[in-house]
Design a binder for this molecule. Structure first.
Ligand code: HEM
Ligand code: HEM
Length: 132
């Protein structure tokens, strides 16, 4: 499928994977607008970037609202990664014409995405400051 028709991604026909992916990009884009902007707002204006250190992260994740912050960070992680990597898939499909190269790059991207989501989720679920 080529999208060299003036940019933007037209809605694919039917209800298969590509149509779901198209819909997911729109929904996750709107969700990320809320999640990411709030994340940036909180980090910059509530905590303050100069105050972010190990203790600041531990205080959030182990404090009274810890489980909620972890859930929030998990949502941000999953949405940003799924959206970003599906976007990367679009880019590869648009620009990498040779089948072998396309398969190789997509394989690397999927593996990387899987590893990063796994590592991020592992940290979110298991983080323990050891009472520092
Ligand atoms: C601020 C919230 C965001 C909104 C509203 C948004 C919206 C969208 C939409 C609607 C598309 C689909 C465009 C198309 O199909 O033609 C898209 C594509 C994409 N998004 Fe996002 N997005 C947001 C955040 C992000 C973030 C945080 C990342 C990086 C992790 C990202 C990476 C991408 C990439 C790589 C594409 C594919 C670009 C392409 O096809 O040329 N976006 N975005
Ligand atoms: C300069 C801007 C940013 C700052 C200062 C910042 C700061 C932080 C900090 C301190 C954490 C640690 C966890 C916590 O305390 O909740 C964190 C986690 C996280 N941030 Fe950001 N962030 C920024 C931008 C972004 C953006 C643009 C995104 C994606 C759209 C993002 C996605 C995430 C995710 C997914 C996590 C959880 C990571 C994990 O799995 O442990 N951040 N951020």
């Amino acid at each position: 499928m080529s999208r060299r028709d003036g940019g933007g991604h037209r809605r694919p026909q039917g209800s298969g994977f590509e149509a779901s992916a198209w819909f997911f990009m729109r929904v996750s884009g709107v969700v990320l607008l809320g999640l990411a902007v709030f994340h940036l707002f909180w980090m910059h204006f509530v905590i303050g970037v100069e105050n972010i250190d190990f203790n600041a992260v531990a205080g959030r994740w182990e404090g009274r609202w810890g489980p909620l912050w972890r859930l929030y960070d998990l949502a941000l992680l999953v949405f940003a990664m799924a959206h970003g990597f599906n976007g990367l898939r679009y880019v590869l499909e648009d620009y990498v014409q040779r089948p072998g190269r396309r398969l190789a790059l997509k394989s690397i991207a999927y593996t990387l995405g899987f590893l990063l989501i796994s590592a991020g989720a592992y940290i979110i679920f298991t983080f323990d400051s050891g009472g520092v």
